[in-house]
Design a protein around this ligand. Sequence first.
Ligand code: NAI
Length: 494
Amino acid sequence: MSNLTIALAKGDGIGPEIMDATIELFKHAGVSKHLDFVPVEMGKAVFDKGNSKGMTDEAIKAVEELGLVFKGPMETPKGGGGKSINVTLRKMFNAYANLRTFKTLPGVHTVYSKAGVNIDLTIVRENIEDTYGGVEHRLSNDMIQCKRLISAPGSDEVHRFALQTARKLGIKKVHCGHKANIMKMTDGLFLERFKAMGKDFPELELGDVIVDALCMNLVIKPGQYAMVVLPNLQGDIVSDLCAGLVGGLGFAPSANIGKHVSLFEAVHGTAPDIAGKGIANPTALILSGLMMLRHVGMLGHAGVIENALLCALEQGVRTGDFGDPSKPVLSTKQFIAGVVDRLGSKPASVPGVAESGLGGPTFTRASKPVHQEVIRTFTNVVTQVVGCDIYIDTPMSTGTVAEEMQRICADTPFRLTIISNRGTQVWPTGTIYTECVDYYRTRFELREGVLPGSFGQSRCVALMDRVAEKFTICSYELLRTFDGIKGFSLAQGQ
Ligand code: NAI
């Protein structure tokens, strides 16, 4: 049988050092008898050649064909300039679930390990949506917006993956982390879809927790959670917190799983401060590689490597960023040699991992999609237009904006119902203590006697046309009901 081929992107900064070391270890463990790694061009060097995607067309083609990528960290230009290639990769190829595991490791001393608190925690982070859409606009001199997008089918995909993974790993309780008390519609939907998906997994207990409380609880008593599934940004922040619980980013692996393409990488970045020195800790990348081996069915090889790694760690094999200070600090290469030397050994202080069989991969690639898919959760919903929010760029006072808008909509089917600034209602009621900026939301709803559904959105667009004669409109949102339920939030203080 021919080997399974995996795209290999070594990454930037410490990437090539830790990737070379990891592949070396995998070779010694016999992985290369079954897997071939083909290099693909991605990252800084590609950005530097003026390619704003940060990956060549050949690399994209290879990823699409192979469906599996083992990658080192890649540098992201800060602020303006190219977008994060790490985020682009996950989004472009729809690797929608980011699985991150955090475990207490022997020889990695933390306040928890010293207190005898064992940590074994899995975070599943939604990987495509939320503010990571990177949909940002300057709306006025003083206001910038980032759109936070949460969809029902996007939430369903990640919840299904999380609950299936919990089932596979024998996890009994799964929590959904969220901020649905404040973002009632976006996080509310994420939570609602979690509960709906849970019905297909009756053996699992479900819980939910507000993300700020989650952070505190994780620090105080990390053992009370086994798996937490979170929206993108919250999941990113919480997983770095969890990395801290087990000794830092050097010990946090991750897998980005999708229907067609999955990417395996460490949580940490390119560590520019230590790049090129040969001292980086390869543990997180090794653990990410083990997630990949298990993903393709090479459980035996993964077990052998993990046992050797645990054995090395417990015996004080360490790089400079962790471990027993009385033991020598090793270079990346020496660290790997220490793990290679222990292949075939089992750890003494912690239970070893099952090594059953050293067979090749059992993985089969999903067949290539024939077209781009539109994923849907809710269909046959009856929607009716009930108004619009028109957002304007103006330094005028609230009173003046209200007068102008009431004049503009006087002979239309709409009446001005609220004006808000930064989400807080400032008209018709409000307080002079609310500070305003140069960006207002003006909400128009149907006048009394005009029934929802009397017309489509063209009347709203006509109203917007009139408003545009007087104001700069920076954005517009249609107000609709969905099966009779309002599809928009109230202003704070309304
Ligand atoms: P970072 O994770 O690269 O570094 C944070 C700190 O942790 C540094 O002090 C670094 O020396 C240390 N560190 C990280 N990994 C280590 C390792 N394996 N061994 C020993 N020490 C390690 O985060 P930072 O500095 O915020 O980001 C640097 C660059 O990496 C940025 O361009 C960022 O966008 C990119 N990045 C890429 C990621 C990816 O490829 N998935 C993830 C996070 C950041």
